[in-house]
Design a protein around this ligand. Sequence first.
Ligand code: UDP
Length: 235
Amino acid sequence: MFKRVLLKLSGEFLANENGFGISPDTTAQLARRITSALTGTDVQLAIVIGGGNLWRGARNGQGMDPATADYIGMLGTVMNAMALQDAMETAGSPTRVMSAIPMAAVAEPYIRRRAIRHMEKGRVVIFGGGNGAPFFTTDTTSTLRAMEIGADVVLMAKNKVDGVYDSDPRKNPDAQFIAEATHQEVVERRLEVMDATALTLCMDKGLPIVVFDLFKGDNLQRLFAGERVGTLIHR
Ligand code: UDP
């Protein structure tokens, strides 16, 4: 049974059917799923939300100063965090947004001890603004925040992919599912789990990672109960 978990959601979880923007319907559905999985458990939940549905520095910011392009991406994650908070509260989960980039009118500043306190009081904490630094992704934010708040695991949510394969199952029908691997194996075999910087951080600190399909069955409930779902990466 996990006590405290960090759930990484890419921005696409909030997007419309084309993978772009924020769809209130999609976001509401997502929030209901998370809330129902949490109900009746003692699990403390923090969420890192990405921003790829709005802007990715490297892709959308071509021709710009790369740091500026990344800051735009970080601001996008705050928009997503606000949309997710709105949907989570409608679904019945008390929620706080904390932004790595101070933005007092819309979010609390990120203060580690305060984030932990919110979780102890049963609030879901949504981390927006990435790390507050360019040249990173929200994968690194997930591992960084997970370590800061003492999470037992980083849950990397996927949509329609149930874990890690030895090659892309959408392109290779013979792709083999990997139920368990060490961080070292993920690096050596170049398995797709999270970006290299984030993975190295998990490896150094022995932080377990689970890659799973958020919308398959009651995966999230089962994970919160400590069951094995998807792919487990460990030391
Ligand atoms: N970003 C950044 N620093 C961070 C986190 C994010 O500069 O610590 C920027 C970066 O431009 C990135 C964008 O925000 O492309 C959106 O985040 P990400 O690509 O991780 O979103 P996801 O793919 O998870 O939706």
